[in-house]
Design a protein around this ligand. Structure first.
Ligand code: ZN
Length: 376
């Protein structure tokens, strides 16, 4: 197996692409959806079950892991893969976004950001250099450059200043990362919803040179139309021969729209988080298992789904265990949701390879428009 991480495009259909990222820890089929294992676990799932849904790669969160149990402790225990019992590829974020959304008493400077832990109030500092060190200690296969995502709403001048700071941090991240065969470093494009700023950011990243490129600063509340507006041009600013990663996306229709626009990788807590709140995602859209209409329904969530929740349990049971607050509720719905998201990715990959993505997307929207099956 190659010691370098490589990206091979197998087919394109319009702007959509399908291919393979090869890493020493295994192949990642693209477009790929990465389940989120925030604190060293995809909540309510065993790693082998996550794999069984079809996931090739997980995302881990630098911010959470640096605070608890700490990157140094994970390194002493053999790295994140061994620690969480997931031997396949792991991508870690840089910690920057979550510092902005979770930590208190943040103080930004050219150097980096100091903050207080949301767990115990302890003081910490994240810089590009420290973020690279933490992600190395974790043993992450795909490392993200340290960046800043400006809080919305922000003026164009604020977005521009933030993007330029992120580009200086991207260079520092590249320098601190060094040469690590078998590990990849991705740069992150910023620039909000302004085309010129996106172009400037992409140019800065291309000049530094990364193994892959993320489109950052989206899925932060700007709405799908604005997000697709940026994705109509932004991926085109990035090198064709490197994977493109859209961070924090998304709902199934966001994923489909992003893939149509040339995105290769995505991540989101949605399937696992929804699973714990009684929300299921199916080919026919969203199902709220809390709803009383399911109380006497012996049918599965989705008769065409082969996940354990749909194969062996009724809507009535799923409704009951949610109402009763039983742990199996979150376990079964999370499994179903992750299975559905991975099945969607497989469908997209096959459609792109066969040159029939437009037809696939038409069917995807048509079935969702029909909505859930009629109540009993
Ligand atoms: Zn299912």
């Amino acid at each position: 197996m190659s010691q370098r991480i490589t990206f091979t495009l197998a087919a394109t259909d319009g702007r959509a692409r399908t291919g393979t990222i090869s890493t020493p820890r295994g192949e990642i089929r693209t477009p790929a959806f990465m389940p989120v294992g925030t604190a060293g676990t995809v909540k309510a799932m065993l790693p082998e079950s996550v794999r069984a849904t079809g996931a090739d790669i997980l995302l881990g969160n630098t911010y959470h892991l640096m605070l608890r149990p700490t990157a140094e402790r994970i390194a002493r225990l053999g790295g994140l893969h061994r620690f969480m019992n997931w031997e396949r590829p792991i991508l870690t974020d840089s910690g920057g976004f979550q510092v902005m959304s979770l930590a208190s008493l943040r103080k930004m400077s050219e150097e980096g950001v100091t903050f207080s832990s949301h767990i115990d109030g302890s003081k910490h500092k994240l810089t590009p250099e420290r973020s690279m060190e933490i992600q190395r200690l974790l043993g992450s296969d795909i490392v993200m450059a340290f960046d800043e995502c400006p809080a919305l709403p922000a003026t164009e001048a604020e977005v521009a200043a933030s993007m330029r700071l992120s580009m200086r941090w991207a260079q520092r991240s590249r320098d601190a990362f060094g040469d690590r065969p078998g590990h990849a470093l991705f740069g992150i494009m910023q620039g909000g919803v302004t085309k010129d700023l996106r172009a400037e950011s992409a140019e800065a990243l291309n000049a530094i040179g990364f193994d892959g490129y993320a489109v950052g600063g989206l899925a932060v509340g700007e709405g799908q139309e604005a997000m697709f507006g940026v994705l109509d041009y932004a991926p085109g600013f990035l090198p064709e021969d490197r994977p493109r990663y859209l961070m924090g996306v998304g709902k199934p229709d966001d994923i489909v729209g992003a893939v149509e626009r040339g995105i290769d990788m995505m991540d989101c807590v949605l399937p696992s988080r929804s699973g714990r709140t009684g929300q299921a995602w199916t080919r026919r859209g969203q199902v709220n298992i809390k709803n009383a209409r399911h109380m006497d329904d012996p049918r599965p969530l989705d008769e065409h789904c082969s996940c354990p929740a749909c194969r062996s349990y009724s809507r009535a049971y799923l409704h009951h265990v949610f109402r009763a607050g039983e742990m199996i509720s979150g376990m079964l719905l999370t499994w179903h949701n992750l299975h559905y998201f991975q099945e969607l990715m497989q469908g997209l990959r096959e459609a792109i390879a066969a040159g029939r993505l437009a037809e696939f997307v038409r069917d995807f929207h048509a079935l969702r428009a029909e909505g859930d099956i009629e109540p009993i």
